[in-house]
Design a protein around this ligand. Structure first.
Ligand code: NAI
Ligand code: MG
Length: 393
């Protein structure tokens, strides 16, 4: 059966890397039809909506999306770039990614961080004898994607009834006399249903792919209620997976252990903000933005994207210098999701072979400052990297 995939290039380098991933998917023999989904800055400017309803409809119909990256800008810039015909008509810019995650309830965010042997960007650490060691990192972060500190329930100068409600908590005493305009409150809301879904997804993944541990990375000693709920649900889920160890770390300590013993961790599960932080931390150990892939999975729809943004400063460079691997690995996650693991394995093996060989490297892998001169200094173009991956397959 031929699948239909909603391809949403978005802005900037999203438009560069998405077609590269499709070339690799084609070469792997993945038979699909790609329908274009409009998303991003151009549609904000021309229509007052960076995620037009027609794109939402396409995702609802076809269930699987491949997404490049979008540009977002602060409120005043967004207003200034809106088509003059649409100004003062009540259009407000809102991130289309957040809208998409909320609309389709894409609550499970998966961010694998795997080191490829031969990648010059891999983390190394000094060993006790003065030499260096390069620990193998194979960590998969499960980040709750829709709640927590990013739920958007926040105020500066909270309304009187909110203040009154806060005042019922004994600990609010310390803030009682702060004038409204000097008081900012961002809520960290966790619900049992979504804690349960994310920890269950983490255990199921560990089980399916043979990871020996699931680590809850929160801060239950201080943020007792929300982190506490995540921990309690993890302990419940763990009972169904007795062969997988349940570990618990605090986010601050985890960031320290990141560089001390990253090889010890397998699956890590966290709320929205700590998941965001810990996944960037681990991504930095395995090559950074050029390698960081992700999946956003909901009950019905799933969207796969590199974690990098639109890198506007490189958007106009022709040929392009950016690394397509993060996007290609995101496409592999899509293949895993729809049961095409054999094809994703082939692609990952080819990516690993290109990296191990070290002949074709993007500017970031060569640790160069980005710019048009990187080719003269030996860096490959985006397209050449894709070609090399395809050739290995
Ligand atoms: P960015 O991720 O676009 O770029 C930061 C830097 O990382 C780039 O200047 C470049 O040096 C490097 N980089 C990014 N992708 C790369 C790749 N594939 N290969 C090699 N190097 C790469 O983040 P930045 O500059 O903070 O934001 C630019 C725009 O992207 C903003 O408008 C921001 O709002 C948006 N953004 C969108 C995201 C998304 O679509 N998911 C995520 C992050 C930012
Ligand atoms: Mg982030």
């Amino acid at each position: 059966m031929k699948r239909t995939i909603v391809a949403m290039p978005g802005d900037g380098i999203g438009k560069v890397v998405l077609p590269e991933a499709i070339r690799v998917l084609d070469a792997a023999g993945f038979e699909a039809e790609y329908v274009n989904g409009d998303i991003g800055w151009d549609f904000w400017c021309s229509e007052g909506n960076p995620l037009p309803q027609r794109t939402v409809d396409l995702l609802a119909e076809h269930k699987v999306g491949l997404f490049g990256a979008i540009t977002s800008k602060p409120k005043n810039k967004a207003a200034a770039e809106l088509d003059p015909a649409l100004r003062d008509k009540g259009f407000v810019y809102y991130s289309p990614i957040v809208t998409m995650r909320q609309h389709f309830d894409l609550d499970i965010c998966i961010r694998p961080c795997l080191s490829f042997p031969g990648n010059p960007l891999n983390f190394i650490r000094k060993s006790a004898d003065g030499g260096f060691e390069e620990p193998k990192v194979d960590v998969v972060i499960f980040r709750q994607n829709t709640e927590g500190l990013y739920s958007g329930v926040e105020w500066t100068n909270p309304p009187a009834d909110v203040r009154a409600a806060l005042d019922t908590h004994p600990r609010f005493k310390a803030f009682r006399d702060v004038p409204g305009e000097d008081l900012a409150v961002s809520t960290r809301i966790f619900t049992r249903k979504y804690c349960r879904r994310i920890v269950t997804a983490a255990f199921e993944y560990a089980d399916k792919y043979g990871y020996k541990s699931v680590t809850v990375c929160e801060k239950p000693n201080v943020i007792r209620e929300t982190s506490g709920m995540m921990e309690a649900e993890a302990a419940e889920a763990a009972k169904r997976f007795p062969h997988i160890q349940l570990w618990s770390t605090n986010i601050d300590a985890q960031m320290m252990w990141l560089t001390k013993n990253p090889e010890d961790y397998g699956v890590i599960v966290a709320g929205n903000m700590f998941g965001d932080i810990v996944s960037d931390g681990f991504a930095g150990l395995v090559g950074g933005l050029g390698f960081a892939c992700s999946a956003n999975i909901g009950p019905d729809v799933a969207v796969f994207e590199p974690t990098h943004g639109s890198a506007p400063k490189y958007e106009k460079l022709d040929p392009s210098i950016v690394n397509p691997i993060a996007m290609v690995l995101s496409a592999c996650m899509m293949l895993d999701h729809i049961g095409e693991k054999e094809k994703s394995d082939r692609i990952r093996t080819a990516v690993a072979a290109v990296i191990a060989e070290g002949k074709v490297r993007s500017y970031d892998m060569m640790k160069l400052a980005g710019g048009p001169d990187v080719f003269a200094r030996g860096a490959a173009t985006t397209q050449q990297i894709t070609d090399a991956i395809i050739a290995k397959m």
